[in-house]
Design a protein around this ligand. Structure first.
Ligand SMILES: O=c1ccn([C@@H]2O[C@H](COP(=O)(O)OP(=O)(O)O[C@H]3O[C@H](CO)[C@@H](O)[C@H](O)[C@H]3O)[C@@H](O)[C@H]2O)c(=O)[nH]1
Ligand SMILES: [Mn+2]
Length: 400
């Protein structure tokens, strides 16, 4: 094992943590010989910090950097990606001599240790514009000097996409021409949805894919999975190709087989540590918080044969930090200081039943009118809002 080199990822909220966990586990499954590091921001809940620490060697909190550059982000159609500038903090990991960064929406299919033979800055072409690299997988050398220069570059020039990929491409601008060794083969960053625009190439080389990247706005955790049959539940109009489906199944297979049991063992340990008490982690993460307050016990669930793991009960705080002047085109590098109490998080609901698993971001509470309209339209949320325990609670209140 090489202890001064590491695989690094980033998760700024509990939703992306689910991706980081699967990525970390997928690396562990491939004879891991380097350290595993995840960078998190203050919004990540205490429960997820505990879960992450079971998979990663180091869970390091960094400040959130947000470009708040809504103009460029709008071109990208991804207003949420300003926070990806937080990625730049990976250059501060100077206890490591060389690292490989992987987005939290990547999945490793075979051992990729050979990437450590490459130098800074190595990356694979972006499928949408191959003269640019995709910043989802890259080899870098931690250095406070480079870190400072990158932040300075962000302040001086902004980012042409409002996020890290634009910034890194303009900083490492000689990538496309200077040194072919710095072009990683596409199999190290195979985008799950775009590769098939050249399907003969996929047929020829696809089977040697080593890292799959679920690039784009639809992530593996936005799909539903049937753990019994190991199949995906098709939803919406978006067509999922056969190859894409097979990668998604690998992702969910790891989630179901290795990550979910982690939550369960942590919950069991918590219950053991404080029998008779509500299973709560640090007062923030409450793995069983989904049941109604008036339900029989902390882990009693209203839906038979279903378990609910609810990562946090606090209302999800938005990661967007509005710019003072929205017409500002430069990246005003905003850093939010870590909150003293550790902060709370984005919300994730993990709904599990015999036939269906899904991860949901908790949305804001609906008004009573909206709730009623949804109910009347037949959109009944049996696992949450409209769970029997909650209805009973309402009835009890009404009958008092
Ligand atoms: O709310 C967020 C959003 C992103 N991330 C992290 O940032 C990465 C990049 O975001 P992602 O949603 O994966 O972006 P992509 O769909 O992959 O889009 C592209 O564009 C991004 C912005 O330039 C680059 O960061 C990506 O590498 C590039 O593939 C994620 O994987 C996470 O590690 C978070 O932790 N929280
Ligand atoms: Mn990505």
């Amino acid at each position: 094992a090489v202890s001064d080199q590491a695989f690094v990822t980033l998760a700024t909220n509990d939703v992306y943590c689910q991706g980081a966990l699967v990525l970390g586990q997928s690396l562990r499954n491939q004879r891991l010989t380097r350290k595993l590091v995840v960078l998190i921001t203050p919004h990540v809940s205490s429960l997820l910090r505990v879960v992450l620490s079971r998979v990663f060697d180091e869970v390091i909190e960094v400040n959130l950097i947000d470009s708040a550059d809504y103009i460029h982000l709008a071109f990208l159609n991804r207003p949420e990606l300003g926070v990806t500038l937080t990625k730049l903090h990976c250059w501060t990991l100077t206890r490591y001599s060389k690292c490989v960064f992987l987005d939290a929406d990547t999945l490793v299919l075979s051992n990729i240790d050979e990437l450590f033979e490459r130098g800074e800055f190595s990356a694979a072409p972006d499928p949408g514009w191959p003269d640019c690299f995709n910043s989802g997988v890259f080899v870098f050398q931690p250095s406070l000097e480079t870190h400072g220069l990158l932040l300075q570059h962000a302040t001086d020039h902004g980012s042409f996409d409002g996020a890290d990929q634009g910034l890194l491409n303009s900083f490492f601008s000689s990538w496309s021409t200077a040194d072919i060794h710095k072009h990683l083969p596409f199999i190290y960053n195979l985008s799950s949805n775009t590769a098939y625009t050249y399907s003969p190439a996929f047929k020829q080389f696809g089977s040697s894919a080593k890292v799959v990247h679920f690039l784009g706005s639809r992530k593996p955790w936005n799909y539903k999975y049937n753990p019994q049959t190991g199949s995906l539940l098709e939803e919406g109009s978006e067509l999922v190709t056969q190859h894409q489906a097979s990668f998604l199944k690998v992702w969910w297979g790891i989630y179901h087989g290795s990550i979910l049991p982690l939550y369960e063992s942590i919950r069991d340990e918590q219950e053991h540590a404080s029998p008779g008490r509500t299973a709560c982690l640090g007062g923030v993460g409450a793995p069983c918080a989904n049941s109604a307050p008036s339900a029989e016990g902390p882990c009693a669930n209203s839906v038979p044969s279903a378990r609910n793991l609810c990562a946090d009960s606090a209302v999800g705080s938005s990661q967007a930090w509005p710019a003072e002047d929205p017409s500002e085109t430069n990246v005003g590098v905003d850093e939010t200081p870590p909150s003293p109490e550790g902060g709370h998080s984005e919300d994730v609901d993990l709904a599990v039943s015999i036939s269906e698993m899904s991860l949901k971001e908790k949305v804001r509470e609906l008004s009573p009118e909206e709730e009623r309209r949804k109910w009347e339209e037949g959109h009944v949320d049996y696992m949450g809002q409209d769970a029997f325990a909650r209805i009973q609670e309402k009835l009890d209140r009404f009958l008092q």
